[in-house]
Design a protein. Structure first.
Ligand code: PHE
Length: 340
């Protein structure tokens, strides 16, 4: 056998072996290939190796070198095939995905009960022709007090009873200062400043008062403000609107009571109570718009008049859903909130 024949046999062996090892799919394939090429007795390598004796003395060193090269290459091919089979095995240990299993349910959020209440109240009032109006939560003394006939020395303007903001160059309560509005009556003024009667609006939004939280108080809460300005408006109209509203939101069996009271921006004024567990509970205030307010926005109190009311949204929601602690609404506890 010539050196060239020997090398050709080695090359054929190596290319065949690398093809077979690369195609190994299972442990059985691997063992079969190992025996076929590297078997100690009848392996293909062994067979070529045995031909070395037939190579001439002077060609032997070169033939031996080639032989070792191919031996190394075959050992490597075996090792690679073993490794890649192991990788494949560890992968197939994990179970085949079952596409028919139910997926992991995703929890969608839902609308907060107070937001639901606001939408419901707007809808009821909308059916009586009250359109929804909005105003800012940060206000100045004009809209929160002055135009509402609340004089400078009135206790409602006390810095201790309001959230004034630190405003450069202005003392709390004075013109130029700012506060988180303490009532939605501010929106009455904003609407009347912009429009002429007839006016029929509700405004639902947040108000802020530095009250210590307890079962019925929270430093932020919501009010529903109502305002109707037109000719020949009477207190009977006010009572009818609130009765119809209560029929729709709380039920026609819920008694309502007007209790004489005082607000600087209404005359006469009443507190609005609803019966709740055999007790009269205050839900807000109401009354006939004070002529001083109509004058402040440039209306003629001899020609137009109106009524206004402000009701606590949380209290209405609590009355309807039998919630006993306002703090539950703002705890962020989903076990509570998910009930609505
Ligand atoms: N703004 C009053 C309050 O905060 C409620 C009210 C509104 C009273 C409108 C009369 C008329 O409590």
């Amino acid at each position: 056998m010539t050196l060239a024949e020997f090398i050709a046999a080695l090359e054929a062996l190596q290319s065949e072996a690398s093809r077979v090892f690369a195609g190994v799919q299972s442990k059985e394939d691997l063992e079969e290939a190992r025996v076929r090429f590297l078997g100690a007795k009848k392996g293909a390598f062994r067979e070529v190796q045995q031909q070395l004796g037939k190579i001439s003395k002077e060609d032997k060193p070169q033939a031996g070198q080639q032989l070792n090269k191919v031996k190394k290459a075959l050992a490597e091919a075996l090792e690679n095939a073993t490794d890649s089979l192991k990788e494949k095995d560890s992968g197939s240990d994990s179970p085949t995905p079952d596409p028919t299993l139910p997926g992991i349910p995703m929890d969608l959020g839902h609308v907060h009960p107070i937001t639901q209440t606001i939408e419901h109240l707007k809808e009821i009032m909308g059916r009586m022709g009250f359109e929804s109006a909005e105003g800012p939560e940060v206000e100045g003394p004009w809209h929160n007090f002055v135009a509402l006939n609340i004089p400078e020395d009135h206790p409602a303007r006390d810095p201790l009873d309001n959230f004034y903001l630190a405003t450069a160059g202005a003392t709390a309560g004075e013109e130029g200062s700012q506060l988180m509005r303490s009532q939605t009556s501010t929106v009455q003024i904003r609407v009347m400043e912009k429009r002429q009667p007839p006016i029929r609006i509700v405004s639902l939004g947040r108000v802020y008062r530095p009250d210590a939280p307890d079962a019925t108080h929270f430093p932020m809460f919501h009010q529903m403000e109502g305002l109707l300005v037109d000719q020949n408006v009477t207190m009977a109209n006010l009572k009818t609107v609130l009765r119809v509203f209560a029929n729709n939101y709380l039920g026609s069996d819920v008694p309502i009571r007007f209790r004489p009271s005082f607000f600087p921006f209404t005359e006469p004024s009443v507190e609005v109570d609803f019966l709740w567990n055999d007790q009269w509970i205050e839900f807000g205030g109401a009354g006939m718009v004070d002529p001083a307010v109509l004058t402040a926005v440039g209306y003629d109190p001899e020609k137009v008049g109106g009524f206004a009311f402000g009701l606590g949204v949380e209290r209405l929601c609590m009355r309807r859903h039998n919630i006993t602690d306002i703090r539950d609404l703002y705890s962020g506890d989903l076990r509570f909130l998910s009930q609505f």
